[in-house]
Design a protein around this ligand. Structure first.
Ligand code: SF4
Ligand code: SF4
Length: 395
């Protein structure tokens, strides 16, 4: 953390009321940002363009479990009283289809049409701690490697992030055990904690960047009292304590490498539909395929990048066939990439514990359960007299 960041964080926390939050929306719009955030649509809380605070899911919450998602009404008017839904911020930063370039036939060949025009930068409203970690992972892949992805850069630069510390854990969340939440610790311009205490409804604000401080200076706010800071602390602590799922990440990379032939992969393959839902909802999955398309006249062509999934046969097609022909090999590839080979590639886990892949898996396959069972079987094997471990065999 830079000295500037430290100085900003040490400053007293601020408080906004509902009108102040709307003021923040107006200031961000006036500064040229397109506002995007959670809103209710077709029975789910999704991310879309926002015009005002009233577009947020006022008074809505969600119930989530393996393969289950439903909205339910809260008995208050909380704006952020829910967990993450099926969308993630990759909807904006890494859309399902991206045009990389266009070309038109010309008299002596073809000319490439410039598609690099930049839209107004987004202001993301209500980004959860796990999602900040997911964005940081995408940044590492697309911006901080040996190659900068210009399509991603155009969408990512100048994004203003208003984080929301979680006031309620979803049924499938496990960010606390991944060290990625429920409190936002970095990667935001402003972070809010929504507090509903009796008649009082306010947002405790933390400044995370110089730009955040500049924006906040334009918004009507006041300094927080010690009691308000304490109330906001207890909101986040309560959320962490609510989390029913955990993932034990100790030695997880080697655990999975040791268990490439574990019988559990056959069990999960018997249930997995290879639908790819888990990869579509995952905020860190970034695989794509590239297609060149022409119109019927042959006058215009374009290259598009489309989201892809390692659960399809085509994904690993190499001349003559797919190298991951079985569901077992595809699920094992996905989970082992997330939790093990990702660490070798990028230095972090590819999972931030958001729980989406559990909620949106139609057959409720649970990545935390799979890891737990593989780990438990090793423990049981080690504890059983005459086990492979005792016999000095590799397990
Ligand atoms: S693997 Fe599952 S829990 Fe982990 S980040 Fe992806 S969707 Fe979320
Ligand atoms: S694990 Fe679930 S969501 Fe993922 S491909 Fe298999 S059935 Fe679909």
């Amino acid at each position: 953390m830079s000295e500037l960041d430290t100085a900003l964080r040490r400053g007293p926390k601020k408080v906004l009321d509902l009108a102040g939050l709307q003021d923040l929306f107006s200031v961000l719009s006036a500064r040229g940002h397109q506002l995007a955030g959670p809103t209710v649509r077709e029975g789910a809380i999704v991310y879309d363009r926002l015009a005002s605070v009233q577009d947020l899911p006022v008074g809505w919450s969600d119930e989530q479990d393996g393969g289950t998602y439903r909205l339910r009404r809260r008995d208050d008017d909380a704006l952020f009283g829910f967990a993450v839904g099926p969308h993630s911020w990759k909807k904006f930063l890494l859309p399902p289809v991206t045009t990389l370039w266009r070309a038109e036939r010309s008299d002596n060949g073809f000319k490439v049409i410039d598609t690099s025009e930049k839209a107004a930068p987004y202001a993301f409203i209500g980004v959860r701690a796990c999602e900040l970690h997911a964005i940081a992972i995408q940044d590492r892949v697309f911006l901080n490697g040996s190659y900068t992805d210009t399509a991603y850069l155009r969408r990512r630069e100048d994004v203003f992030i208003v984080a929301a510390n979680c006031g309620q854990a979803g049924g499938t969340c496990f960010c606390a055990s991944m060290g990625t939440g429920p409190r936002a610790t970095s990667g935001f311009d402003l972070a809010l904690t929504e507090v509903l205490a009796g008649e009082r409804h306010y947002f405790l604000l933390e400044v995370g960047s110089e730009r955040g401080a500049e924006v906040l200076a334009e918004v009507e706010h006041r300094e927080a009292t010690a009691e308000e800071e304490q109330e906001a602390e207890s909101v986040v602590a309560r959320t962490a304590a609510q989390m029913a799922r955990t993932m034990d990440t100790i030695d997880i990379r080697d655990l999975l490498y040791r268990n490439r032939e574990h019988h559990r992969w056959d069990d999960v393959a018997g249930r997995c539909l290879t639908c790819g839902n888990c990869t579509m909802v995952c905020p860190t999955c970034f695989c794509a395929t590239v297609e060149d398309v022409t119109d019927l006249t042959g006058e215009k062509a374009q290259r598009v990048r489309k989201r892809d999934s390692c659960f399809t046969m085509d994904f690993s097609y190499i001349h003559g066939g797919s190298i991951r022909a079985s569901p077992k090999s595809r699920y094992r590839q996905w989970m082992t990439h997330k939790l093990a080979t990702w660490i070798d590639q990028f230095g972090t886990s590819g999972c931030v514990g958001c729980g989406r892949c559990i909620t949106w898996c139609p057959v409720a396959i649970d990545i935390t359960e799979e890891v737990h069972l593989i780990r438990a079987s090793e423990g049981a094997a080690a504890a059983t007299p005459g086990s492979a471990d005792e016999r000095g065999e590799e397990i």
